[in-house]
Design a protein around this ligand. Sequence first.
Ligand SMILES: [Ca+2]
Ligand SMILES: [Ca+2]
Length: 260
Amino acid sequence: MKKTLIVIFFMILFSFATLADLEEGLVVYLNFDQGKVDTVKDMSNSGNNGVVKGNPKWVPGPRAELGSAVEFDGVESYIEVADNDSLDFGEDDVTMMLWIKQDVDQVDYPRPISKMPLFGTDKPGFDVITVGLKQPALRIFYGMSGNTRQEVDGGQLIADGEWHHLVAMKDEEEGKIYIDGNLVGSAPFTPLDISNDYPLIIGANAEPAAHVMFKGVVDEVAVYNRALTEDEILTAMDGKVILAVEPGNKAATLWAEIKR
Ligand SMILES: [Ca+2]
Ligand SMILES: [Ca+2]
């Protein structure tokens, strides 16, 4: 019995350590689990709450334990996180991770997540994930200025009506895309200053005057000011980025057992 308890103790310790790692460098975490609200609470320590625009719907997430997700209509709905220093990455690394479900009826270049304006502007930023029907492969646009940009092609249609876990990142001098935990695309990136004064937008590109709307469902949006390791990506995909320890849950019950 004692041995079992010791094993359980270390299992809990290990799981906390893993979760703690996934909080390092986390600057945005919108899990949409509050249900329908006017302001989505950021679960990271950065206070990057998202203001709801239009009339998105709250729907079930990819798995029961991931709670609710948010569905954008592709017309007027999006969520806006105001620009601030925690979202200015300069030449440093950046990771965007989210669950996404979209059907094939997309316009061109919809952005499920973006901190970059459309073409023809002179303010670099990042559109970490770009998907569309005419441009079916998931792509990262990095540091776009005018029509000049660096990009990674994910080479895979994800607008298939199924949930997919996406990670887009700049990792030192490389851009990388992971779909469902697999590295599907990479390309050399020359680091450049991507700090700008645009908001971070979920459900459209970041230029209010020229929104290209995203139609589909999004859940568990996380943004990091660093690159994630493959292990971290798989851990996040299998669970939640931050799992709140609440009374009555499994971990708390195990602690109670050990204390007895
Ligand atoms: Ca959720
Ligand atoms: Ca800024």
